[in-house]
Design a protein around this ligand. Structure first.
Ligand code: SF4
Length: 419
């Protein structure tokens, strides 16, 4: 299987709820346990004085206290393979089109989001640089090495976009500016545009403006939860985490003003206890504001506070993927769709023939995110197997083939008609 397969991958919708969706009642994170004092804030990592050397491959036993942003960033396995600094192959993908970067510090992210592999509670048993995030490892590399490689020929780079993911850390704004500037000083953002995946909890409107001034193209907010209740339970006071739904919206509306239409949006994870109607109402709200939604299928990340919960059943996920695509790119409105008493999509607001064409085109089921150079509805950010194992793909990081569409139609419970 692909080089980034996670060893223990719970099945999607394993029947825990007995339903074809993940209801709010069962999606309760476990409480975080107490971190021993000698493991807090990366203390035992900082107690060492080992200099970082070249590419750091996560291995859980090499303590490198100086490996921190802005000099160092982590990048996804897929990006490291595409950049040529790591060996490996990806199942049915030649490369990734997005260079996803993550700020890094020995003390790690100071938030505690229940679904996230980078969360603070993990300092009890795993160093920050060794933590899995969206199912894959994130090697650490000097930022200057990355820029040197890409700057050689940006116009012919496999990457159609670069993205800086901020984390919750007192240095993350300043370091984001430095990393962004280091990139735009050497690489024309017209050749490879830059997105910012922001952390609103520590940001101001001026910070948003600064990312724009330094050449960022799209600004997104990792809202992740689709409702205020799910947000509080998974990344607010429910898990001793500092985030607030209202703050995320304030910064997103700042981004709307500063970046303009089609240049801002929100990440949403589907299947953490919201209904299909609730998440699609949010998708509609974002479209009405002029923005986009980037969807992730909930997967129980190993080591997270939700690793005991079922992945989103494929039925629920496919319905939401399809409906979201219609709202985002085909001018269908949530009010045109029909939902049952449990909030599940019952009809999509267009004719069967049109719906069939959209399904067979397959784009609705690809990974969603910021666009690349192919077309507006094809995301550069393909995140290979970031929300599912390759054996049961949720977001397709490639154009689905006929056999994939047959499988998708079965999951949607819509008769197979692909020739
Ligand atoms: S703020 Fe982001 S990186 Fe930090 S725990 Fe939450 S989701 Fe993970």
């Amino acid at each position: 299987m692909g080089c980034i397969e996670n060893k223990s991958a719970p099945a999607a919708g394993d029947g825990k709820s007995g339903k074809d969706f993940n209801p709010f009642e069962i999606m309760e994170p476990r409480p975080p346990s107490k971190t021993p004092a000698d493991r807090k804030f990366g203390k035992h990592v900082k107690a060492n004085d080992i200099p970082p050397e070249g590419v750091y491959l996560p291995n859980n036993n090499y303590l490198a206290p100086h490996m921190k942003s802005p000099e160092f960033v982590q990048l996804s396995n897929a990006a490291a393979i595409t950049l040529g600094i790591m060996d490996g192959r990806m199942y049915r993908c030649e490369c990734t089109r997005c260079l996803n970067l993550l700020l890094t510090y020995p003390e790690g992210c100071r938030a505690n989001c229940a679904y996230c592999g980078l969360a603070r509670h993990r300092e009890a048993d795993r160093d920050y640089a060794d933590r899995n995030f969206i199912r894959v490892d994130w090697p650490a590399v000097p930022m200057s090495d990355i820029v040197d490689i890409v700057a050689k020929d940006p116009d012919n780079s496999p990457f159609h976009r670069m993205c800086i993911s901020m984390i919750t850390h007192p240095r993350s704004e300043d370091d984001t500016f430095t990393v962004l500037k280091q990139w735009t000083d050497r690489i024309d953002p017209e050749a490879i545009p830059v997105s910012i995946l922001s952390n609103p909890t520590t940001m101001t409107r001026d910070d948003v403006q600064r990312t724009r001034d330094l050449g960022a193209d799209i600004f997104t907010v990792a809202l992740d939860a689709a409702t205020p209740d799910v947000f509080d339970r998974t990344r607010g006071k429910g898990v001793q985490s500092p985030h607030k739904w209202s703050r995320y919206w304030e910064i997103m509306l700042d981004a709307k003003d500063i970046f303009g239409p089609q240049k801002f949006g929100a990440h949403i994870i589907v299947g953490m206890g919201e209904t299909e109607y609730e998440v699609l109402k949010l998708v509609q709200e974002l479209v009405d504001l002029g923005g986009h939604s980037h969807m992730f299928c909930f997967f129980p990340e190993q080591g997270s506070l939700m690793d005991h919960l079922p992945a989103t059943p494929r039925d629920q996920w496919r319905r939401v993927q399809l409906a979201r695509y219609l709202i985002d790119y085909r001018d269908v409105r949530v009010e045109h769709m029909k939902f049952d008493e449990l909030g599940r999509v019952k009809s999509y607001g267009i004719s069967d023939a049109e719906l069939s064409d959209v399904i067979d085109a397959g784009i609705a089921f690809r990974t969603s995110g910021c666009p690349g150079k192919f077309q507006d509805d094809v995301s550069a950010c393909d995140r290979p197997y970031g929300d599912s194992p390759p054996s049961d793909i949720a977001s397709y990081p490639f154009q689905p083939k006929k056999k994939d569409i047959k499988q998708i139609r079965k999951q949607l419970d819509i008769p197979v008609s692909v020739e």
